[in-house]
Design a protein around this ligand. Structure first.
Ligand code: PMP
Length: 409
């Protein structure tokens, strides 16, 4: 079980008071807070081992390289990657998806081809494909969602009839909390001959992810949503795909030989890691993974789903609240609107009570259009949240409602 009281003690920022009240941080889908162990690991790295990696012949450089490569092994185990050479460190999900679009996409998508995404995708899993399709004269097909916020499987099937080159979808939606049947979608896409890209930004922090069980070809995630530093993350890929792909960024470290007019490439994954990498991010990510694995991802998922159930139940008792997303198959994300109070106003008022929630389109404008709203408020939970946080949220929302009623009268 998750012992939130003990866990809260590991997060220095949670000791902060907001207007004299306990900080209620419910914007975990945007980014998580960081435990002291991760902060200490970063300080330790810079205090004891810092040097540029893969280059130096001296002890410090070897230590830095070892720490960086050990982090790759940790990531590889964490997601059950096909091989540790199939783990490319990135700045996060956005960079991972752009890498696939810019490299695999440029090499394999041509005029007249189709790329499929879903209407619940984050802009980072839409815009790179738009750019690719516009450049290549290919078609981007967006699969519709059902009324209760799931991928419409009938429309998914229709989209596959075009024999798309590539199908991309989120494992977990950041705007709805929907947990999609990733293995099933991958199987269907493969049967249609497509390569699959899974956006794991909202799954890796919250669920036990096994890329081999999902069976996808590419899986991208961000470290900062799972206790690790900003600018950390990885793209997990089948090694044979990476081998065949052209480089993404040219520069140091990704080459084998450079002549005046051409170059040959380093082995994977280094072929895709041009320039000095963010070693501190990789080191912090490995420590974050160890922290989550110690808790057990199954317990993490159960804890958040329980909080989401309580939040849905308690918020539903307030008249005028609309909650979006499915009833079940929901991660710890609860999007809602409250009458005609603008979600931004609601979030600003909640902040006065130390309650941090997100308001806006959550980088999912096509989804917002389908929901018929410009924005929603969103509470999202993590390991340090508890039922007291939900009570604070509900009390602050009720208070905001009263304030607006007074203002309107
Ligand atoms: N996909 C989803 C589903 C997300 O929630 C996010 C972050 N909000 C991203 C992609 C992008 O992640 P990052 O900004 O860390 O690259």
């Amino acid at each position: 079980m998750i012992d939130t009281k003990r866990i809260r003690g590991d997060f220095p920022i949670l000791a902060r008071k907001e207007n004299g009240q306990r900080l209620v941080y419910l914007d975990n889908a945007a980014t998580s807070q960081k435990p002291r162990r991760v902060l200490d690991a970063i300080a330790h790295y810079y205090s004891e081992h810092n040097a540029n990696v893969h280059r130096g012949a001296y002890a410090l450089a070897v230590e830095a390289t070892d720490a960086y490569e050990a982090a790759r092994t940790a990531v590889s185990r964490f997601v059950n990657a096909w091989a540790r050479e199939g783990v490319v460190f990135t700045r996060g999900t956005t960079e991972g998806i752009n890498l696939v679009a810019g490299s695999w996409g440029r090499a394999n998508v041509s005029r007249g081809d189709t790329v499929v995404v879903t209407a619940m995708d984050h802009h980072s899993n839409i815009v790179p494909w738009q750019i690719l399709c516009q450049e290549k004269g290919a078609t981007l097909r967006m699969v519709e969602i059902t009324g209760d916020g799931r991928i419409d499987l009938a429309d998914f099937g229709r989209a596959l009839e075009a024999k798309p080159k590539l199908v991309a979808f989120p494992y977990v939606s950041n705007s709805l909390g929907t947990v999609n049947p990733a293995a099933q979608l991958t199987k269907l896409a493969h049967a249609a001959g497509a390569v699959t890209v899974v956006d794991g930004a909202q799954s890796s922090p919250h669920l036990r992810v096994d890329v081999r069980t999902i069976g996808c070809d590419f899986y991208a995630f961000s470290g900062h949503k799972m206790l690790a530093p900003m600018g950390s993350g990885a793209l997990i890929a089948k090694p044979e795909l990476l081998e065949a792909m052209p480089p993404y960024h040219g520069g140091g470290e990704m080459i084998e030989r450079v002549w005046d007019d051409r170059s040959t490439w380093n082995k994977i994954p280094h072929k895709f890691e041009g320039g000095t990498p963010n070693v501190e991010a990789a080191v912090g990510l490995a420590v974050a993974i160890a922290y989550l694995e110690q808790l057990g991802l199954e317990h993490v998922a159960e804890h958040e789903q329980q909080l989401a159930r309580v939040a849905v139940e308690r918020l539903s008792q307030i008249e005028g609240i609309t909650i979006y997303g499915p009833r079940d198959h929901r991660a710890g994300v609860v999007p809602f609107t409250y009458g005609d109070i603008h979600p931004h106003d609601l979030a600003t008022i909640l902040d006065r009570d130390g309650v941090c929630i997100r308001a806006g389109h959550h980088c999912t404008q096509p989804l917002m259009r389908r929901l018929g709203v410009a924005a929603t408020a969103r509470a999202s939970f993590y390991i340090y949240n508890d039922v007291d946080d939900i009570e604070s949220l509900v009390a602050a929302v009720r208070k905001a409602g009263e304030l607006f009623r007074v203002l309107a009268s």
